[in-house]
Design a protein around this ligand. Structure first.
Ligand SMILES: Cc1cc2nc3c(=O)[nH]c(=O)nc-3n(C[C@H](O)[C@H](O)[C@H](O)COP(=O)(O)OP(=O)(O)OC[C@H]3O[C@@H](n4cnc5c(N)ncnc54)[C@H](O)[C@@H]3O)c2cc1C
Length: 324
């Protein structure tokens, strides 16, 4: 049985969610007694393939073609279909990026399969993979059992697996050259959409102090900002804080905000809804301050302080000041 992680790159730069997918592929391979391999598509991708070769993988497939230089759904589906027909992976895992959302349903349909999208977790039952995904905007969690023969297709939610747990190793690289004709490509790629420059890049922050609805009023955010300053960290927030306009949207952490993986994530007055957790559960150390001992945030916290943030935060600021 083999598992293929399909990595995403653009102009030679990885989409960092790809490494979460790679980590998931390695984890599944261990649990299923299978082998994990990885594929990268593009043109002139030797360096990227060489980087993958330093991971614990059975093989790296460098899917190389001039018509894969820029992304088009037709070229990607043709190339991946030909790779699937050659190596017959049981499971193909993808990061749940905009690009994957664009071509994965088409690729799966090509193979008379469904694509399980935005999976948040997995478990193994009798040697079969079961994927968890949310329905109705997170109100229902569903288990999806993949029946029948592979290939099975799944995309994984950002933050569902930890990129920093990818195991190193030595893999061989196979260059796979699909046959694609220009006439098979029905769309012409244009200049890629660029998001407006973010004022703050939380993804690069090593320390994040994040504030939730427990803060009660916009004016109180200054208190949490003080803690962030004392720790030399960035201020972030749960969605209701940004929805209320108390902090800008680029400070929002979660499924509809940024996915962060700092060394320290301090959650202040945040309950720990799944949509928030998926954005921060890759953090190395999580500290939660919440007055409700049963708040779900404590399930992912390494250290928990059950108490009123208006008492705890000033004490912490003073303690950090002293320690410095
Ligand atoms: C499609 C969709 C996408 C979403 N995307 C996101 C997202 O990207 N990011 C996100 O964060 N949410 C997102 N949400 C919203 C999410 O479901 C939660 O509603 C939200 O995360 C709750 O924010 P919160 O924890 O700040 O507030 P609450 O759930 O209201 O929690 C406040 C917490 O503060 C504690 N508290 C109150 N007073 C104090 C005090 N004095 N001291 C200490 N603790 C106190 C309470 O015990 C409580 O646990 C999304 C929802 C949907 C449906």
């Amino acid at each position: 049985m083999s598992i293929l992680a399909v990595m995403e790159q653009r102009s030679g730069q990885w989409n960092r969610m790809s490494f979460e997918t790679l980590s998931a592929a390695q984890e599944l391979a261990r649990e299923l007694g299978a082998t994990a391999s990885a594929a990268v598509l593009g043109h002139g991708i030797e360096t990227l393939a060489a980087e993958l070769a330093s991971k614990q993988l059975a093989r790296v497939y460098a899917v190389e073609h001039e018509l894969l230089r820029d992304y088009t759904p037709d070229a990607y589906c043709l190339a991946l279909s030909q790779l699937i027909d050659r190596i017959h992976p049981q499971y193909l895992l993808f990061p749940h990026t905009y690009q994957v959302r664009d071509f994965l349903p088409k690729l799966a349909t090509f193979h008379h399969r469904v694509a399980v999208s935005d999976a948040t977790a997995h478990r193994i039952d009798n040697g079969r993979l079961i994927l968890a995904r949310q329905l109705f905007q997170g109100k229902v969690n569903a288990d999806i059992r993949l029946a029948g023969e592979g290939p099975h297709f799944a995309s994984l939610q950002a933050g569902a697996y930890r990129a920093d747990q990818v195991a190193g190793g030595a893999a061989s690289v196979e260059v796979f050259r699909p046959s694609i004709a220009g006439t098979q490509i029905r769309t012409a790629p244009e200049e890629p959409f660029r998001e407006s420059q973010r004022a703050v890049d939380l993804t690069a922050a090593e320390i994040i102090v994040s504030v939730g609805r427990g803060i009660k009023e916009a004016d109180n955010i200054a208190l949490v900002q003080k803690l962030a300053d004392a720790l030399g960290g960035e201020l972030a927030a749960s969605r209701p804080i940004c929805d209320a306009g108390w902090l800008p949207m680029d400070r929002q952490v979660g499924s509809s905000g940024q996915t962060v993986a700092p060394k320290l994530y301090l959650a202040v007055g945040i309950s720990g809804a799944i949509q928030h957790l998926v954005g921060m559960k890759g953090s190395r150390i999580v500290v939660a301050i919440n007055k409700d001992a049963d708040a779900p945030i404590f399930e992912v916290a390494d250290y928990g302080i059950v108490g009123d943030l208006f008492e705890v935060v000033p004490e912490l600021i003073a303690a950090v000041g002293k320690a410095r």
